[in-house]
Structure formats: C-alpha cells, structure tokens
Design a protein around this ligand. Structure first.
Ligand SMILES: [Mg+2]
Length: 363
C-alpha cells in the first residue's frame, strides 16, 4: 500500500459561552484533521493540536512531499523521517503536532486495512470501558461553576477538573463553591495552565490545598522541570504536568527529576500513539501515573481510548463534558458514557468518520 495524498480539514465550532483559563479566552474552538489517502482506497483520519494555521502549512509544504509514495504501515519509519527532518529547525511545537496527526492517521489506515480496532494493533484491549474525569470547568462566576460541577457529578463522574489561576482571592471563592456543590468524596483537579511563577505557585498551592485537590496541574512553566520538583517537595497536593511537552525526550527530564505524580502526554501533541505509549511506559518505570491529556475533536478521544484500553496502567481519561467538541458526530459507534466511564470503540481503525455533513456544519 502507498500513500497518495495528505490533506488537512479545519473546522470551527462557535461556543455558546466563553471558555476561560488563566491565560486564554476562547469564543470558538478549532479542530485540525489530517487525512492520509492511499492507493488501496483507504483514508486514515488523524488530528493535530498546536497552532492550527501552522500545522496546516507544515502538512501541505513539508509533510506531504515527504510522505507520498511511502507505505503507511511503516509507521515508525515514517515518524522518524518526519520528526528528524524538522528537529533541526524546531524540536517541538507545531511540527511535532503535525507528525502526531499523521502518525494517528496511519494507525487508522492499518486498523481499517486489517479489519481490527487500533487497540488490537496495540496489543489488544484489556478493558472495554475507561474511567474518566469531567473536563472542563472553565473559570466563571462561582455559582455557575458550582452548578455545572454538580451537573457533572449527577451524570456519574467521580472527578471534576477546573481551570483557575487568573484571580487569586476570587479563585478561592470558586474552589469553595465547587467543593461545597460536589461534596467531599469527589476528586477535584485544579488546572493552572502554567501561569504562576514558582513562588506564586507555592503560595496559591498552599491556600488551594484547603479544598483537598486531587491534583495540581501545570502550576508553572512546562519546561521548568526543577521547579515542578521544588513545588512537589513543598506541597501536600500531587502535581500533574506534561500536556505541553513533546516526545519522550521532553518527558525524560520531568520523570528524572521527579517533578510530577501524574504525567499527561497529549496524543495529538506529544508525537502520536506510539510516543504516548513510550512516555506512559517510562512513567510506569518511574512510579508516575500516566493520565493522557485530551482536549480534541473525536479523533483525539478515540486514539486515547484505544491506547488506554491496551495499557491498563494508564488512568483517568480526560473527557470533555463541556458539550463543545464534536465527539458524538465523529464516532462511528454511538458515544457511550455510563457511571463516569467511556466505552472503547470496537469497529476497525479508530472508529471515527469525518462526514460531509460534519464538514459542512463546521467549516
Ligand atoms: Mg491542562
């Protein structure tokens, strides 16, 4: 089988309410899907994170000329070719996001060609349902956040994640309202989205620990590995980090300096399915729990589900409960969520489709 073309499709979904984290306000969500066509008539669907315009340009000008004519089953060799050809001008960022999307599409092609779900290609699903946490509760009025969090718990989720960090005192009001609404037994993850410096992260982390957080996510700059270790020694709350790190090379220093308790590779950003597996295995050897980050359209969700099904040591799928992704429309089998768990797709490939209706609706 040979690759005949590589295309990107970018979709936009307007949000009914602003999504705010500590360093960003969104009125719309963008999705970049990567389609890898083959001479067998099979098209693989991938998805990439990062700067959407840059990823599309990289795919068109840099990736496509290198991929056409190659065998899509040769996933590791394709990955190395694309990664090493960009590493001398950029070792992370959008080039690695582009490689991630292509790699995921090639797994989809292989699964479709062999008639098996991607989890089978990864060693077989060891579980059919994955325990998830509700994400995301963006910062807003405390009462609105509390009501929304309560709704997630009523749906069956036992963990809820919130984004704060922009307003120190008011953030404590938010945490208090959320904790009161969800009760003491539900896990509450706090995501700072990298905005604090070390000292602020320590001070705010101590204040926020009064609300018994399950983890404290990305409190400081992603590559300040030693800073994570410094905080981890001083705070009672477990540290989660990694959604902004790239490839095993980016995660090794974090694991080596014991900077986190939970490591969060993003399958659309860190290099794709195989890199997420390698990172998760390295985490296991370091005594760190791998809990993949997922803020995506349907492809990122499906790819993460297949990997987590094949790797039972990974924990807690990040599941978008904001209703602003396009999960339901893209999954071939109906999305099944029950008691805070999400069902792993069972059809060949990833189990996603990008129909003309979806494209027309969100283009
Ligand atoms: Mg995060």
């Amino acid at each position: 089988m040979k690759i005949t073309n590589v295309r990107t499709i970018q979709l936009t979904r307007r949000l009914p309410r602003l999504q705010r984290n500590s360093c960003d306000v969104r009125s719309q969500r963008r999705f970049t899907f990567i389609l890898v066509d083959t001479d067998a008539g099979i098209t693989g669907i991938g998805e990439a994170s990062g700067n959407h315009n840059l990823v599309a340009a990289i795919i068109e000008r840099h990736t496509k000329p290198q991929l056409v004519g190659l065998d899509p089953f040769d996933i590791e060799a394709l990955w190395q070719k694309l990664y090493t050809s960009s590493a001398f001008w950029e070792i992370g960022g959008s080039p690695v996001c582009a490689v991630s999307g292509v790699e995921i599409a090639c797994w989809d092609i292989r699964g479709k060609a062999e008639g098996v779900p991607v989890s089978e290609l990864l060693g077989g699903a060891k579980r059919d349902w994955i325990e998830a946490y509700a994400s995301d509760l963006h910062w807003d009025e405390p009462a609105y956040m509390a009501d929304t969090a309560r709704g997630f718990v009523d749906e069956g989720f036992r963990w809820v994640k919130t984004h704060i960090g922009a307003e120190h005192d008011r953030d404590l009001d938010r945490l208090e309202a959320i904790r009161r609404a969800i009760g003491p037994k539900i896990g509450l993850m706090i995501d700072i989205n990298t905005i604090y410096d070390r000292q602020t992260a320590l001070e705010q982390g101590i204040r926020q620990s009064a609300f018994d957080p399950f983890w404290y996510e990305e409190p400081i700059a992603p590559a300040d590995y030693e800073g994570h270790a410094w905080l981890r020694e001083r705070l009672p709350t477990p540290i989660a980090a990694g959604e902004n790190l790239y490839t095993t090379y980016g995660f090794e220093p974090m694991l080596a300096c014991r900077g986190c308790d939970y490591v969060m590779p993003d399958i659309l950003r860190c290099g794709g399915i195989r890199q997420t597996r390698l990172i998760s295995e390295a985490a296991g050897r370091a005594g760190v729990v791998a809990t993949p980050h997922n803020y995506s359209g349907g492809v990122g969700l499906a790819a993460t589900l297949h990997l987590m099904a094949a790797m039972p040591e990974t924990r807690l799928l990040e599941f978008d409960t904001s209703g602003t992704s396009i999960y339901e429309e893209m999954l071939v089998e109906p999305l099944a969520v029950k008691d805070g768990r999400v069902r792993v797709p069972t059809v060949p490939g990833l189990g996603v489709a990008l129909t003309e209706e979806i494209i027309a609706k969100y283009r």
